[in-house]
Design a protein around this ligand. Structure first.
Ligand SMILES: C[S@@+](CC[C@H](N)C(=O)[O-])C[C@H]1O[C@@H](n2cnc3c(N)ncnc32)[C@H](O)[C@@H]1O
Length: 312
């Protein structure tokens, strides 16, 4: 085991879920309003029957407008290109441990069925397929899915990826399940984070794994992920992120817990401006990633009054 693996294995192992104070329970990120999904890009993805829609039209429009640049490593998705090796290291470690696979193998995910929810142009789906997984990538923006398809078809290994313009909740309605469900940098763009997590959970087989990454709603994230990234460095188009849509690690842990996913491990991503690289870190104050396991129980668990009382 190398140093990085040892770090990931030991960093941020969370035992019981963290329950935040009651004041978090009614904040904006837990809105349950149904967002109208009328644009052509998402109309086919919006017809879910049993679950509230996760679609936020204004967010989808932002991604549709820059869909052509998914694979331009110096374009608006540069931060995701730079982050990719780091987040893949976390995914490789956690999923190999979870499914008892050999992390040093060239194709450690052989035999696993993974879904990349909000796959965009396929930046994550492709390396997952190269690591041997059977990958399904879904995105609510049709243009993203088309770009992902075109790019994946360049290489016979990635041409096996199944891409669909749809949503997690629609696949839940269709009864689909996967060994592991990944939603990286998506939850901050959806309408109902708690409902979205329920869909991620329903897509995960019992005892399967779920991985979610996002941005912490902290003062540091306002300074770095919005002011610096959008207004000073121009890494991202202005308005890409809404600070109020970010979730704290405690909030994410709680809504995953309520959706039958127990978070087992978290790590932060920290940018080193000198090397231009992202590193895994214990610092979860801005970008962070969480790995959880799906409880083998029925339905979603409500937090009991005593749990809330004890935590506030
Ligand atoms: C910041 S990008 C992340 C892309 C990819 N997960 C990655 O990390 O490389 C967010 C993606 O989520 C998609 N998205 C936003 N809301 C969605 C929803 N409700 N269902 C599915 N995809 C959604 C967007 O179209 C966009 O491609």
């Amino acid at each position: 085991m190398n140093r990085l693996q040892r770090f990931i294995f030991s960093a941020r192992r969370l035992s019981p879920p963290i329950i935040p104070p009651t004041c978090f329970l009614h904040r904006q990120p837990f809105s349950t309003s149904v967002t109208d999904a009328s644009s052509s890009a998402s109309s086919s993805a919006s017809k879910s029957t049993s679950t509230l829609s996760s679609l936020k039209e204004d967010e989808l429009a932002k991604f549709a407008a820059i869909a052509d640049s998914w694979w331009h490593s110096e374009g608006p998705f540069k931060p995701l290109h730079l982050m990719n090796p780091t987040r893949l290291a976390f995914i490789r470690s956690t999923l190999c441990r979870h499914f008892s696979k050999d992390p040093s193998s060239a194709r450690p995910f052989e035999g696993l069925r993974l879904i990349d929810v909000g796959c965009g142009g396929g930046l994550l789906s492709e390396p997952l397929a190269r690591m041997g997984a059977t990958v399904t990538g879904i995105d609510a923006v049709d243009k993203n899915v088309k770009i992902a398809r075109l790019h994946a078809d360049i290489d016979p290994v990635t041409s096996s990826i199944e891409y669909h313009c749809t949503t997690a909740e629609k696949l839940v309605d269709e009864g689909k399940t996967f060994d592991a469900v990944l939603a990286l940098e998506v939850i901050e763009h959806v309408a109902n984070p708690a409902e979205f997590c329920k869909s991620l959970s329903a897509l995960t087989i019992p005892n399967g794994a779920t991985i979610v990454s996002t941005i912490n709603r902290s003062m540091r994230s306002y300074a770095s992920a919005i002011v610096a990234a959008e207004y000073i460095l121009h890494w991202l188009p202005k308005g890409t992120h809404q600070w109020s849509s970010f979730l704290t690690p405690e909030e994410l842990t709680m809504i995953l817990h309520r959706a039958s996913i127990d978070v087992k491990e978290m790590a932060g991503f920290v940018y080193n401006p000198l090397t231009g690289r992202w590193l895994l870190s214990e610092d979860i104050s801005v970008n962070f990633i969480a790995y959880g396991t799906k409880r083998n129980d029925l339905g979603n668990e409500d937090i009991s009054a005593s749990e809330l009382h004890n935590s506030s």
